[in-house]
Design a protein around this ligand. Structure first.
Ligand code: ADP
Ligand code: ADP
Ligand code: MG
Length: 667
């Protein structure tokens, strides 16, 4: 086909995505002088990407199927706004060949490869067949058409256990199961197929040799419509949880220059096999010695910023220039590697509760400035709501430095200075990960996070003297700020100097822990804080997001958020959530939810795993819910008898709805 029909100059770009990546694309498109059109669902009316774009079109209801995945509505939105091109971002329709074709048929430029290339490379099975022919090394396995159990079982036997059962259409680590013996194979296939069908509408499976303790290494490539194809070095994305990347860096600290050239050459060969046009990523697993092709992603990747930071290339700009029909501006030997970059994905999820997604309003959203090698790609702002309908990634914190060690230090500092409240995030988990000595020395593999989970999700340290003092200081600081805003307050007129000494008692606790008491002495003379036998002089200097606390002559910075009786503090010792026990507040303990088998979030019941009347051990699986595209198994909170199941497969359940009743044993 004549490529000038596919790729040509345009002035208005529609971004068929949401969140962080929609914002990211809009930023570059605008810098290139393009007009931008956002699309959104009912749940995203007030979302950041809608606010950033020049125009925005409502697609439909919150469910992705009715909005971000609705091809007809997207094409209609382009027609309505005069958009001439579509950038698909990642996820959603970005690897959907029918969407690329629908864009072409509607006279729109699709910012990406042709539908034909996508079909060839998009399925894991198809691309492996192509790579085999091109002589790119593959993980041994089966990627044929026959899908009956007997064929798959025979293939697994032949490959040799452990094997990985993988959805050919898969992405984001979904539809994948490790199988260690023949007996585990069939149930694994059933459950992987179910997940794949729900997520991708396609349940074809392939079987691969499971490479033990591998590393994930991938190469960024980009091709233009004039036959030029470049590789932009590799990224290492070995820190994963459930086959989903958490931290990515570039270049890989594992490869030497010769290995780097080998893997980049293999990637160019892979993409060259289909004369690839657009940005793409060739993914490999490595056993520490060799690399094996696993898949190609025919789109921009979440972790593309680390490549941008080490090459100085704006990949979205290059994607758009390729879509204009231009030739790539540099030659292979002009692509230089400079320094090191590391990215951390910030998610709305609770690592201490099995990474359960967290939804709700972002009441506090404080990010460090993008200086000193730090870059932040965010899709949310303070006051935004995280809904249960889409991927829970909020932002990416990315750091660059001349060396890996310094890049990690900068990333840590960036994470440390990020305060998000209202929803639960994985930021403390990311900090523990980046400060782990084995991450520093690159002594990792893809199973690292799972093995170290207890360490990485360890409870925060107990509040010490500094934190108790900071808690009182936070309350005093807030009261003073409020008083300063109130003209009739004594602070306003007299500087609050009542005659004589006064005392005020405070008590704080963490979770259900013991109360810790502290007394404030104020009035004439310097204010002091008393904990047990210790009396400490202090002063507070208010600043943005908190205050400087000088305690016993040492000044340190405290970030603080007070929400009623809940205090969030960040001191030099870490993050602390304290409850202020109000002596007049009539504290009542609430113990709801813990013993109830209830839907933690809105979801769909996909499996019932125990029968009514069954005896259950503590932790026995009862049913599986699909919540935010991930399966979550609800388990018995204690040993007992399953008295009733209040739902059936296929039920769509709301948050908090009771799904089963377990009666404790011995009652
Ligand atoms: P891989 O598929 O190899 O994991 P990426 O790391 O680039 O590749 O992750 C892409 C994944 O990001 C998608 O499969 C999807 O689960 C998720 N995703 C899709 N859309 C969004 C979005 N708007 N914001 C955040 N994450 C998204
Ligand atoms: P997805 O489309 O979900 O990104 P991939 O095929 O890229 O699927 O695999 C995701 C992750 O699963 C990889 O990054 C790697 O950690 C792990 N993985 C994939 N294939 C294998 C394999 N054959 N052996 C071991 N781990 C693998
Ligand atoms: Mg992948």
């Amino acid at each position: 086909m004549d490529r000038s029909k596919l790729y040509r100059r345009f002035r208005t770009l529609l971004i068929a995505n949401r969140g962080e990546i929609a914002c990211r694309v809009i930023r570059t498109a605008r810098a290139m002088g393009l007009r931008t059109v956002a699309v959104y669902s009912d749940a995203d009316r007030d979302a950041m990407h809608v606010a950033l774009a020049d125009e925005a079109v409502l697609l439909g209801p919150a469910r992705a199927r009715d909005s971000y995945l609705n091809v007809e509505r997207l094409i209609e939105a382009a027609r309505k706004t005069g958009a001439e091109a579509v950038h698909p971002g990642y996820g959603f329709l970005s690897e959907n060949a029918e969407f690329a074709r629908a864009c072409f048929d509607a006279g729109l430029v699709f910012v990406g490869p042709t539908a034909g290339m996508m079909t060839a490379m998009g399925s894991k099975s198809g691309s492996k067949e192509l790579m085999e022919k091109a002589g790119v090394p593959l993980v041994p396995g089966y990627h044929g058409d026959a899908q009956d159990n007997a064929t798959l079982a025979k293939a697994a036997e032949k490959v040799g256990f452990p094997v990985l059962v993988k959805a050919s259409a898969g992405g984001g680590g979904r539809g994948m199961r490790i199988v260690r013996s023949a007996a585990e194979l069939e149930p694994a296939i059933v459950s992987a197929k179910r997940e794949a069908l729900a997520a991708f509408g396609d349940d074809r499976m392939l079987i691969e040799k499971y490479v033990d303790n591998p590393r994930h290494i991938e190469v960024q490539i980009i091709g233009d419509s004039h036959g030029n194809l470049l590789s932009l070095f590799e990224r290492e994305c070995t820190l994963q949880r459930r086959h989903q990347k958490v931290i990515e860096e570039a270049p890989s600290p594992t490869l030497n220059p010769a290995q780097r050239e080998t893997v980049c050459a293999a990637a160019r060969k892979a993409a060259g096999a289909v004369n690839y046009v657009g940005a793409g990523t060739i993914e490999f697993v490595s056993d520490g010695k060799d690399v094996f092709f696993i898949e190609m992603n025919t789109r921009l990747q979440v972790e593309h910023p680390v490549t941008e930071l080490i090459t100085g290339v704006d990949l979205v700009e290059w994607q758009l220039r390729v879509a204009f029909g231009e030739a790539l501006p540099l030659k292979q030997d002009e692509i230089r590697l400079n320094g090191h970059a590391v990215e951390a994905r910030v998610y709305a999820e609770n690592p201490t509760k099995n990474f359960m997604p967290s939804v709700g309003k972002i009441s506090t959203w404080r990010l460090p400035a993008e200086t000193g090698g730090l870059r932040i790609d965010a899709g949310y702002r303070e006051g935004d709501t995280v809904s249960p309908y889409y991927d829970a990634m909020l932002a990416k914190v990315i750091a660059w430095a001349p060396t890996r060690d310094v890049a990690i230090e900068r990333l840590n500092r960036g994470l440390e200075e990020t305060d998000v409240r209202g929803i639960v995030t994985n930021i403390p988990f990311l900090s523990s990960l980046m400060t782990h000595p084995k991450v520093r020395t690159n002594a990792i593999d893809t199973g690292f996070i799972e093995r170290e989970l207890a360490v990485l999700t360890a409870a925060a340290p107990a509040p010490g003297e500094l934190e108790l003092c900071a808690a009182v200081a936070a309350i005093v600081n807030e009261e003073r700020q409020a008083a300063l805003a109130d003209a009739s307050s004594p602070w306003q007129t007299f500087g609050w100097q009542p005659v004589g000494r006064r005392q005020r008692s405070f008590a704080f606790r963490v979770g259900h822990g013991p109360e810790q008491k502290i007394t404030l002495n104020y009035g004439s003379g310097p204010s002091t804080l008393v904990i047990g036998e210790r009396e400490l002089a202090f002063t507070i200097t208010a600043k943005d997001g908190g205050f400087d606390l000088t305690l016993d002559g040492v000044k340190s910075s405290v970030a603080a958020v007070i929400d009623g009786h809940e205090l969030y503090l960040r001191t030099r010792n870490g993050r602390f959530d304290l409850h202020w026990v109000d002596p007049f507040g009539g504290e009542s303990e609430e113990h709801v939810g813990e013993d109830k088998i209830a839907a933690p979030l809105p979801g769909t019941v996909v499996a019932v795993l125990a029968e009514e009347g069954a005896k259950l051990e503590k932790g026995a699986p009862i049913l599986t819910l699909e919540v935010m595209k991930m399966e979550q198994t609800l388990r018995a909170p204690f040993a007992g008898v399953l008295k009733s199941i209040k739902c059936k497969i296929g039920d769509i359940v709301q948050e908090g709805v009771e799904l089963a009743v377990v009666e404790p044993a011995g009652e």
